[in-house]
Design a protein around this ligand. Structure first.
Ligand code: SAM
Length: 268
């Protein structure tokens, strides 16, 4: 198995991750201060990422190893598990089954966990929830399982939509309670026939720069007084999000952190 070892982390080399994908990487992993990029064949790399080293490593069933090491993730009232660990969820918790796969959002990232915790701290009974950047659908599905009347997940990556839809089905969420569509804010949300595009709660696990860009649209898609939950924010980039929320008139801004990651809640 051919692995390119690039010094640094996903955070410090954020700008170079796309270069690895464009060069043909089939997977990226971060371990002990190294980015490990998996390739089918050795290839010429752009100058910015030539400081790494090609290694031919003994084959190992990484997927089996990854699966064997997965543990349930508790996030407030919800426990996120892969299907084969469903029986480990205590009866006092709401089980949320996510098949680990190609879309982001198994619950193992601090941002997903904090977002589910924030949803779980709200009373979602009868509420409508917009999940921007839905990935595996985890946040929209969590909202539906926490009694939201309707959750819509949107994502610019079309690959995510069938994955999120399947995850919702696996959790027994009826199609009318959670819907997923390709798109972003500013679009007409054409699949959304339940709300008029204005939701009771808006949650988005993206990144600080995008929150800054989208913050004006958050105002338009969230009812007055409705809770906004934003994560995917590096602690070092919190000032950008604070400025954006101030600019758009959000109030009651609160921050939680977990390691390098922050979650910000506010009211419209
Ligand atoms: N919501 C999941 C979670 O909390 O684990 C997945 C979050 S993942 C960090 C971010 C997702 O946002 C990706 O699936 C990506 O395709 C999507 N995305 C990126 N930019 C977007 C945009 N402008 N509008 C909508 N989705 C976007």
């Amino acid at each position: 198995m051919l692995v390119y070892h690039l010094p640094g982390t996903f955070e410090t080399r954020e700008a170079h991750l796309d270069l690895l994908w464009e060069a043909g990487a089939t997977g990226l992993e971060e371990r002990a201060g190294l980015i490990r990029a998996y390739f089918d064949e050795q290839t010429d790399l752009p100058a910015d990422i030539r400081d790494g080293e090609w290694r031919d490593e003994a084959d190992q069933d990484w997927q089996a190893e990854f699966k064997a090491n997965l543990r349930p993730v508790q996030a407030g009232r919800v426990t996120i598990v892969p299907p084969w660990l469903r029986a480990e969820v205590p009866s006092t918790q709401v089980p949320l089954i996510i098949e680990p796969g190609m879309a982001f959002g198994t619950g193992h990232h601090a941002t997903t966990r904090m977002a589910v915790e924030a949803l779980s701290a709200l009373n979602l009974d009868g509420q409508t929830v917009l999940d921007v950047g839905t990935g595996s659908g985890v946040l929209a599905i969590a909202a539906a399982l926490l009694d939201a009347r309707y959750a819509l997940g949107v994502d610019i990556d079309p690959v995510t939509i069938p994955i999120a839809t399947e995850n919702a089905e696996q959790n027994g969420v009826p199609a009318g309670r959670a819907a997923f569509m390709v798109g972003t804010l500013g679009d007409d949300l054409p699949g959304d026939v339940v709300t008029d595009g204005v939701f009771d709660v808006l949650v988005a696990n993206l990144y600080a720069e995008l929150h800054d860009l989208l913050s004006g649209s958050y105002v338009g898609h969230l009812r007055a007084g409705g809770p906004l939950i934003l994560t995917g924010i590096l602690v070092s980039k919190l000032p950008l999000v604070h400025e954006a929320l101030d600019r758009e008139g959000f109030t009651d801004v609160q921050v939680r952190t977990d390691g390098d990651w922050a979650l910000v809640t506010a009211r419209n």
